[in-house]
Design a protein around this ligand. Structure first.
Ligand code: 4FV
Length: 271
């Protein structure tokens, strides 16, 4: 994959030269290069910004230097992504989508933003890394580059897998532990020390479900809620829940109350 970053501050991207990304770039699994709109100005002051029409605070980045900078690297199949608070909010599925592209051009705004004609007539996509305002799009571009690059083949060594991590299955990741088996009196869950992989996988799945339900109920689909509600005791016929629920009823909509159990007064332990 090739990524061209359109930015007035290429020096801000030094962090990409380190660790996993640095290695990926060294190994040529990813090429990152920088195009500075200032190099596409024709006035002696090399002007890249100007006062906003209609007045108001701050400066706006001029359209032309950005258009010329992008056009100097873009190809017909390039994804030209404007980083801005009005973009679609970045998440793992978007990272996976961008990781399938051969060429990304990331436009980093600065000051109050970029001339609207960049969004309307140049960008093919617009991404926000979150509902807050940055001083520039550079940090947002680095977040996107990091999240996309680690999904590229060979970037993550076998030790670092992108397979079952938070958000890769729409769930938060299960708790991770490593040696020692007990630290300051805090033990590692027995299940993890059992070496019983099927049991460990079950425990991890349940942990992910419970954690997501607790911390990110917005991520819980009805399927995940059903899976969470079915703590597997049903099959063994041992009923956990009160017997009120008619046996024959179709698997009840997951009892979201379960999820709220963490707050349930009567102290019934959550699943
Ligand atoms: C931003 C975000 C962001 C807006 C004005 C740069 C700033 C300044 N970009 N996700 N949130 N951009 O705040 O991507 O030009």
């Amino acid at each position: 994959m090739r990524i061209d970053v359109v930015t007035l501050f290429p020096e801000m991207f030094a962090p990409l030269e380190h660790s996993i990304l640095g290695r990926a770039i060294e190994q040529g699994r990813l090429t990152v290069s920088y195009v500075n709109p200032r190099d596409f100005t024709s006035d002696r002051h090399r002007t890249v910004d100007d006062y906003p029409y209609g007045g108001g605070p701050g400066m706006v980045m001029k359209a032309e230097p950005i258009f010329l900078a992008v056009e100097s690297v873009a190809r017909p199949d390039s994804a030209v992504v404007l980083l801005s608070p009005t973009g679609r909010v970045f998440k793992q599925s978007i990272a996976a989508e961008l990781a399938t592209r051969d060429h990304l051009v990331l436009i980093c705004g600065h000051y109050e933003g970029v001339d609207e004609r960049v969004r309307e007539h140049l960008a093919t996509d617009e991404i926000s890394i979150g509902d807050y305002v940055l001083t520039g799009g550079e940090l947002a571009a680095m977040v996107v580059i990091d999240a996309v690059a680690r999904l590229l083949p060979g970037v993550l060594g076998h030790a670092e897998s992108a397979s079952d991590e938070s958000h890769s299955h729409g769930l938060l990741e299960y708790p991770q532990y490593t040696r020692p088996p007990e630290f300051r009196g805090w033990p590692v869950p027995e299940r993890l020390l059992s070496g019983h992989h099927a049991e460990i996988a079950k425990w991890r799945r349940r942990q992910s479900l419970e954690r997501t339900a607790q911390l990110r109920p917005d991520l819980m689909t009805s399927e995940l809620l059903a899976e969470l509600a079915d703590d597997g005791t049903k099959k063994r016929g041992r009923r956990r829940r009160s017997t009120a629920e008619p046996a024959t009823s179709a698997p009840a909509e997951p009892d979201t109350a379960v999820l709220a159990d963490s707050t349930a007064p009567e102290g019934e332990s959550p699943v």
